[in-house]
Design a protein around this ligand. Structure first.
Ligand code: NAD
Length: 463
């Protein structure tokens, strides 16, 4: 065993002991850690925004909206509702258990591992972390090595605000991740790719560890021509905002591709061109509002998608790149071949393929022929179509007439299905994800039904 594993085992043993002692179960411990997170955000806001700019070129406003602001909101909710979340819930029992009482008692799972990705390196580390803390767990957080400024801030500064016996940040890449996965956890909460999700799930199976997998995939947007009236600008603006305006399309819930009716596609493209220019001006390379691609590897991956000879003729807007600054212009493609890589793999960048269909209703079959997405966005005023979209497709979420906003809600579960993930979180759902609801039944010694016990007689048989 190398030194990392020996030190890790020592740390984990202390953490397990803290769980056994009941330290992390105390409401006062949970509250103080959540408040520690609040103070971390308050005292380090400038450094956090700087780190997000350094890693991903995020504009301060975008970084605050998508990361710092959302976590502040989640912390406020957790602190406000903690007592309610921690309380047990009464449950009814059948007649056979006359004079009894049952309740569901939430208990922490114990020692949990959170592995986070690089695209929202702060939010996707702290959102599960705060859920795990609220539920009373000891936590090891491993942020992504691919957002090094954020990972280093979480590693070096966050511990100053938290109980270091029970909450640890470990830096590293896949090799460290794999070593962590060798350990026995009470829960693994993973956000990242389906490829690594499979590695996590196989490792967890060895110890029967429950997992939450927040994965990605291709989220379709459907723009119904029936709604092609006064609200067209609103719809198109929201689509391009969701595609290009959040981490340059490097978001799991970004619009991956757009489905429209053939007859409307050129009008859609023309409107998009106008609205993209309005957002990023004539020279997007100079715009402070365009996020950067995370690194050279992903830049080249996206470049290959665009320069693929099956695809390059379908570019109708954008397509320029600057490797030095990892910039890719917001780009639109129309009808790239359906078997090209851009249409078979998650794009995760500012490239928007538009697929034209004869009828917008065909979008349902198109979506159903592919893995279940994390979200479907449908822009329509047609109530019958809306109902069909909900009842005839399967996805983590369906959002009508907007995109991405579902992430900001703490009253609905956030998570995928099938290839897009297992389990969910946000708000109270985060607390539930990191809790076990123990059934506790108390029975009086009085009163029993005679037919519960042998000897069995004929009357019982006739029943
Ligand atoms: P990734 O799977 O490459 O990495 C995620 C994390 O896993 C990182 O911390 C990484 O160091 C770690 N890791 C990598 N290999 C590992 C291994 N062999 N063993 C253990 N840990 C390992 O994903 P990424 O590139 O960071 O993120 C992009 C993906 O994440 C996209 O598919 C995106 O859709 C998805 N995503 C999903 C959500 C969501 O909430 N559903 C949010 C953001 C990103």
């Amino acid at each position: 065993m190398d030194k990392f594993m020996i030190d890790l085992e020592t740390d984990l043993e202390v953490m397990r002991e803290c769980c056994r002692s009941g330290k992390t179960k105390e409401a006062s411990w949970r509250r103080s850690q959540l408040k520690g997170l609040q103070t971390f955000l308050k005292e380090n806001e400038v450094e956090i925004l700087r780190a997000l700019r350094e890693d991903l070129g995020k504009h301060y406003v975008e970084a605050f909206r998508d990361e710092v602001g959302l976590i502040k909101k989640s912390l406020n909710l957790a602190l406000k509702d903690l007592q309610k979340w921690m309380s047990s819930r009464e449950a009814k029992l059948p007649m056979i258990a006359l004079l009894s009482h049952a309740e569901l008692v939430p208990e922490p799972l114990g020692l949990v591992l959170v592995i986070s990705p690089w695209n929202f390196p702060l939010a996707l580390s702290l959102e599960p972390l705060l859920g795990a803390i609220a539920a009373g767990n000891a936590v090891v957080l491993k942020p992504s090595e691919m957002a090094p400024a954020c990972s280093s801030l979480l590693f070096n500064t966050l511990p100053n605000y938290l109980d270091n016996e029970t909450i640890k940040v470990i830096e590293g890449g896949p090799a460290v991740g794999e070593q962590l996965l060798l350990k026995k956890w009470d829960k693994i909460f993973f956000t990242g790719s389906a490829r690594v999700g499979r590695i996590v799930m196989s490792a967890a199976a060895k110890h029967l560890t429950p997992v939450t997998l927040e994965l990605g995939g291709k989220c379709p947007a459907v723009l119904d021509s029936l709604s092609w009236s006064w609200d067209k600008e609103v719809a198109v603006n929201r689509i391009i905002g969701a595609k290009y305006g959040s981490c340059a399309g490097q978001a799991c819930i970004s619009v991956d591709y757009l489905l429209v009716e053939k007859a409307f596609s050129s009008a859609v493209v023309e409107l998009m061109k106008v609205l993209i220019k309005k957002m990023y001006r004539d020279n997007p390379l100079e715009s402070q509002s365009v996020g950067r691609i995370v690194n050279k590897h992903h830049f080249l991956r996206l470049k290959n998608l665009l320069t693929d000879k099956m695809v390059k003729d379908s570019i109708v807007y954008g397509g320029s790149m600057d490797e030095d600054s990892l910039f890719i212009e917001p780009t639109i493609l129309v009808d790239p071949p359906r078997d090209s890589t851009i249409m078979t793999e998650e794009i995760f960048g500012p490239l928007l393929p538009i697929i034209t269909l004869d009828k917008i209703e065909d979008s349902i079959d198109f979506i159903n022929a592919r893995p279940k997405p994390l979200a479907i966005y449908a822009f329509t005023k047609n109530e019958a179509f809306r109902r069909r979209m909900v009842s005839q497709t399967s996805s983590g979420a369906v959002v009508f007439n907007d995109a991405i906003i579902q992430y900001a809600a703490d009253t609905i579960p956030f998570g995928g299905i099938g290839e897009s993930g297992i389990g969910n979180y946000h708000g109270k759902f985060s607390f539930d994800t990191f809790s076990h609801y123990k059934a506790v039944v108390r029975r009086s010694f009085l009163t029993d039904f005679w037919f519960r016990f042998p000897p069995w007689n004929n009357y019982k048989l006739e029943l």
